[in-house]
Design a protein around this ligand. Structure first.
Ligand code: PHE
Ligand code: FE
Length: 297
């Protein structure tokens, strides 16, 4: 990130009453402070993804993009989007400066609040950014919050996060992998073909193409313990994508109490990001071409 970029706001008190900002990370979206360039960056990124994603993103995602009117021109106002969310799945967007401490993030999700970074990347960062900005958080994550099952999954994840946080760092790592391989980088197998639902993919032009078209990565059927025990890359496109059959499948697979699963996984070694295992349902065995050989996260 460009550290010199002016992106400070007055940390204001929220209408949830006296909640210290450090406890929730919530600020008011400083909509008036966006520059022409900020709005143009949004419009450019929006247009690029909107043209690319039909036939690549799942229909639930594309329906959400349309419903919110994310392409109406310029950076959307969270207050407007919240009207739509409020009358559908009851989620609420809250503006934040950036990544939050785990337990704060989980608390937001558990209460159906989705934290969105209010600031947007600079024009020279259209293709890559090392931390989530407005485009990733909003365009990537928010459309699926209109899907009732996915909306419930996100809340369940938040509740599960509080629990994993209390159990310990290994449990938290298992749960974080689940988030990574579903919410951020998930693929879904539909009657029309393989589609994207992960926010990290739909907000990236390069990975929106790579994840479906490239021969290098594995595409493997989703399995709860399989995913929770697989390391991942944060610095390159994924080496493996996990494919769900439906949001119902994802929701049902994650419904059981994870406590015994955490205990079991604790004594087992994690798999490398690029591994294909016996018992995997392999949609595509990747060629691994161009893969980094150093350690995964
Ligand atoms: N069922 C999980 C648990 O008991 C909670 C969870 C639900 C986690 C959905 C992630 C996604 O911890
Ligand atoms: Fe994200």
């Amino acid at each position: 990130m460009d550290n010199t970029a002016p992106r400070k706001v007055e940390h204001q008190q929220t209408d949830r009453g006296y909640v210290p900002v450090y406890a929730t990370g919530v600020v008011e979206q400083p909509w008036e402070s966006y520059t022409r360039t900020d709005h143009e960056v949004w419009d450019t990124l929006y247009k690029r993804q909107r043209e690319l994603l039909p036939g690549r993103a799942c229909k639930e995602f594309l329906a959400g993009v349309e419903r919110f009117g994310l392409g109406d021109g310029g950076i959307p106002k969270f207050s407007e989007l919240n009207k739509v969310l409020g009358e559908t799945t009851g989620w609420e967007l809250v503006a934040v400066e950036g990544l939050l401490p785990d337990e704060v993030f989980f608390d937001h999700l558990a209460n159906r609040r989705f934290p969105v970074s209010w600031w947007i990347r600079k024009p020279d960062q259209l293709d890559y950014l090392s931390e989530p900005d407005l485009f990733h958080d909003l365009f990537g994550h928010v459309p699926l919050l209109l899907n009732p099952i996915f909306a419930d999954y996100m809340q369940a994840y938040g509740r599960g996060g509080m629990k994993a946080f209390a159990i310990g760092p290994e449990a938290l790592m298992n749960l974080t992998r689940l988030y990574w391989y579903t919410v951020e980088f998930g693929l879904i197998n539909t009657d029309e073909g393989m589609r994207i639902y992960g926010a990290g993919i739909v907000s990236s032009k390069g990975e929106s193409i790579y994840c479906l078209d490239a021969p290098a990565p594995n595409r493997i059927g989703f399995g709860l313990e399989r995913v929770m025990s697989t390391r991942y890359r944060i610095d390159t496109y994924q080496q493996t994508y996990f494919v769900i059959d439906s949001f119902e499948q994802l929701f049902e697979a994650t419904r059981p109490d994870f406590t015994p699963i955490y205990a079991k996984l604790k004594s087992l070694p994690a798999h490398a990001a690029a591994d294909v295992l016996d018992g995997d349902r392999v949609f595509n065995r990747g060629t691994r071409e161009g893969f980094a050989t150093d350690a995964d996260t």
